[in-house]
Design a protein around this ligand. Sequence first.
Ligand SMILES: [Zn+2]
Length: 73
Amino acid sequence: MKCHTPDCTGEHEAASISHSVIYRERTLVIHNVPAFLCPECGDATLIEETTIVLEDLLKRKARSKATAFHYEG
Ligand SMILES: [Zn+2]
């Protein structure tokens, strides 16, 4: 997958990332998220299915006081 960053010639590679997201005015971090990462500029892309799983995870975990979670696909 070609990188979206202008002037970057990198190719995205499958990787696990720590994804931070602001949810209900809190910053949450989800570890082990499958993504495509550009080794050149560090740009990370999530596929749509992953973002759907993440949204569901956030809804379920939002009541918890924890701010870091593990991705459960
Ligand atoms: Zn790039």
